[in-house]
Design a protein around this ligand. Structure first.
Ligand code: ACO
Ligand code: ZN
Length: 164
């Protein structure tokens, strides 16, 4: 973990702050009940990063039973990273990388996920670089995935044999 920020589990009283960071950083927004549902069902993988005494970033996930995105026809428990963001002034200091590390560690250990996946806009180069740096690969392109018509890359990473 780098100096200058700390990670901790999301708490109910963090909701407004996390929602405002999501609004500020991403065009894809959610109702407060959606955040509460993820926090209630998957508390271990809803993580916030604090710096300068305030939350500056978050990651929230859902655990799903489905098929591996990387090994065809293989049933798997998947850690789905639903949303991650870090406020602009706090970027490029490793916060998102650590949020991802912690979410994947918890997803594997607390929820027995064997793989992580996410959707990312094909034009979102910073995020794609972040995920590639963590070892994710592009599994497929979802055409017109977003409400505004942009395509998504589905990116995935198998936990097996990885030190996370
Ligand atoms: N350009 C190129 N590479 C980048 C960039 C960038 N702008 N940002 C991060 N990276 C890569 C680099 O390899 C970086 O390592 P380095 O700084 O040593 O070169 C590595 O990712 C780790 O970067 P972090 O500092 O951990 O990332 P940061 O805390 O800045 O957050 C994030 C990255 C979350 C993508 C941030 O830019 C952000 O909040 N963007 C807006 C919201 C967003 O796009 N979220 C992801 C949407 S997809 C989803 O939620 C599943
Ligand atoms: Zn780490």
């Amino acid at each position: 973990m780098s100096a200058g920020f700390t990670l901790r589990a999301f708490r109910a009283e963090d909701l407004n702050r996390v929602m405002s960071i999501n609004f500020e950083c991403l065009p894809d927004n959610y109702s407060s009940s959606f955040y509460r549902e993820l926090a209630g069902r998957f508390p271990d993988t809803f993580i916030v990063a604090e710096a300068d005494g305030e939350i500056q970033g978050y990651v929230m996930c859902r655990v799903e039973r489905g098929f591996s995105k990387l090994k065809s026809l293989t049933p798997a428990k998947l850690l789905h990273v639903v949303s991650i963001a870090v406020r602009e002034a706090y970027r490029r200091r490793g916060i998102a990388k650590e949020l991802m590390h912690e979410a994947m560690r918890k997803g594997a250990n607390a929820y027995e996920a064997s793989e992580c996946y996410l959707e990312v806009r094909v034009g979102n180069e910073p995020a794609i670089k972040l995920y590639e740096g963590l070892g994710f690969t592009k599994a497929k392109r979802n055409y017109g995935y977003y409400l505004d018509g942009e395509d998504a890359w589905v990116m995935a990473l198998l936990f097996k044999g990885k030190v996370i």
